[in-house]
Design a protein around this ligand. Structure first.
Ligand SMILES: *[C@@H]1O[C@H](CO)[C@@H](O)[C@H](O)[C@H]1NC(C)=O
Ligand SMILES: *[C@@H]1O[C@H](CO)[C@@H](O)[C@H](O)[C@H]1NC(C)=O
Length: 355
C-alpha cells in the first residue's frame, strides 16, 4: 500500500512543506461562536470492487468554503476569500497533492479491502483539520470513520484505533503505523499547513465572517397540541452571527416551557431559529417572544402575541422604530410589530437558552 506515499512526500516537500487545504477534516466542535476551525472532509463510497466515488470539501467552522471538482480534479473556491493568504503556487501544489491523493486513496483501499475485512458496500469518511484557540496554541485532529462509526484517529504522530472499533481498526492502524513518510506528511499538514491556512482564511474572510445582520422575527400559530391548547411559534430569521437568545416571556418572566429548535442555516449564510410554547388557549394573551442578538445593539426585539391576529412581526417597523433605552417600557404600544427595548441584554458569555 502506499506506493503513493513517496510521491505525496515529494509533492509536499518539493515546495517547502506546503499547504493543504481541502480535503478532509471535521471538527467535532460545533462552532457556536465565530468559526475558529478549518477542516477538510472526505467521503469515499465503495460499492464493489470496481466502483468507488470520493467527495471532498473544506469547511471553516460550519461554513463550506471549498469543494472538490472530481471531473476536473481541481479545488473549487466557494468564497472570494477562500484562498486565504496562500500564494497561487502554494495552492497549485496543494491541488496537485489532493488530485494525487483522491486518485490513489480508493485504489489503495480497494487493494487492501480483503486484508482489512472491509465489506462491500462500505463508506469511509475522513475529517482532518485544526482549531485556533485565541491566545493559545493551535490544536489539530484527524479522524476516520468506517460505515459511519468512529474507526481511527491520528494522535501524537501515530494511528490509534477508536475505542470500540475492534480488531479490524487495530489491524489497519498496525499497518498504517509502518509508514513513516505518511505520518510525517500528516504531521506537517496538521501542525503547520492547517493552522497557517486557517489564520489566513480568517483574516481574508473577516468582513463576511464578522458581519452583524439583524434578525427579523414573527409569531404564528402552530398545529394545535390538543383540545383547548395553542402552540405559539416564534420565528427568528436572517441573523448573523449564529449565537442568539430567544424566549417566550410574560412581561419579564421567562416561560420555562419554551422549546427551542436547532439553529438552521439560510441559503445566504444567515441563520434561522424557531421557538415554540405550548399554552392553554386562555393564557396566550400577554405573552411575547423576546430576541437578544449581538446585532441589536442591546435593544431586544419583542414580538407580542396577538390573540386576534396571531401573525405579528417586526418586519415593517423594524428599521423605522428606533427605540431609546430611556423609553419607558410601559409606554410602548403592545401591538404587533413593535421593536421593543431592553437594556437587559447582557452577554455574560455567549447565548443562553434558559436556566
Ligand atoms: C458496482 O456498483 C455500481 C454502482 O452501484 C454498479 O453500477 C455496478 O454494476 C457494480 N458492478 C459490479 C461488478 O457489481
Ligand atoms: C498567512 O497568515 C498566517 C497568519 O497571519 C501566517 O502565519 C502565514 O505565514 C501567512 N502566509 C502564509 C503563506 O502562510
Amino acid at each position: 500500500m502506499l506506493l503513493l506515499l513517496p510521491l505525496l512526500f515529494k509533492v509536499l516537500l518539493c515546495h517547502g512543506a506546503s499547504k493543504v487545504a481541502p480535503q478532509v477534516l471535521g471538527p467535532r466542535h460545533s462552532a457556536a461562536e465565530e468559526p475558529l476551525s478549518f477542516h477538510v472532509l472526505q467521503i469515499s463510497s465503495f460499492a464493489n470492487r470496481s466502483w468507488t466515488h470520493t467527495q471532498g470539501s473544506g469547511w471553516l467552522g460550519e461554513l463550506q468554503t471549498h469543494g472538490w471538482d472530481s471531473v476536473l480534479g481541481t479545488i473549487r473556491f466557494l468564497k472570494p476569500w477562500s484562498q486565504g493568504n496562500f500564494s497561487k503556487e502554494e495552492l497549485k501544489n496543494i491541488q496537485a497533492f489532493l488530485r494525487l491523493y483522491i486518485h490513489s486513496f480508493p485504489r489503495e483501499v480497494q487493494a487492501f479491502a480483503n486484508q482489512f475485512q472491509f465489506q462491500y458496500p462500505f463508506e469511509l469518511q475522513v475529517s482532518f483539520g485544526c482549531l485556533i484557540h485565541p491566545g493559545k496554541a493551535s490544536e489539530s485532529f484527524l479522524n476516520g470513520a468506517y460505515q459511519g462509526s468512529d474507526f481511527l484517529s491520528f494522535q501524537e504522530n501515530s494511528w490509534k484505533p477508536s475505542p470500540g472499533a475492534g480488531s479490524r481498526a487495530q489491524n489497519v492502524c498496525k499497518v498504517l503505523n509502518h509508514y513513516k513518510f505518511i505520518k510525517e506528511i500528516i504531521q506537517s499538514l496538521l501542525s503547520d499547513t492547517c493552522p497557517r491556512f486557517l489564520a489566513g482564511l480568517l483574516e481574508a474572510g473577516k468582513s463576511e465572517l464578522q458581519r452583524q445582520v439583524k434578525p427579523e422575527a414573527w409569531v404564528s400559530k402552530g398545529p394545535s397540541p390538543g383540545p383547548g391548547r395553542l402552540l405559539l411559534m416564534c420565528h427568528v430569521s436572517g441573523f448573523h452571527p449564529k449565537p442568539v437568545w430567544v424566549m417566550w416571556m410574560r412581561g419579564e418572566q421567562k416561560q420555562p416551557g419554551t422549546q427551542q429548535g436547532d439553529v438552521l442555516p439560510n441559503a445566504d449564510g444567515t441563520w434561522y431559529l424557531q421557538v415554540t410554547l405550548d399554552v392553554a388557549a386562555g393564557e396566550a394573551a400577554g405573552l411575547s417572544c423576546r430576541v437578544k442578538h449581538s446585532s441589536l445593539g442591546g435593544q431586544d426585539l419583542i414580538i407580542h402575541w396577538d390573540p386576534i391576529f396571531p401573525h405579528s412581526s417586526n418586519q415593517n417597523l423594524f428599521s423605522a422604530h428606533v427605540s431609546h433605552p430611556a423609553f419607558p417600557q410601559e409606554s410602548i404600544p403592545k401591538t404587533p410589530g413593535v421593536q421593543d427595548i431592553s437594556s437587559a441584554w447582557h452577554r455574560s458569555g455567549g447565548p443562553k437558552t434558559d436556566s
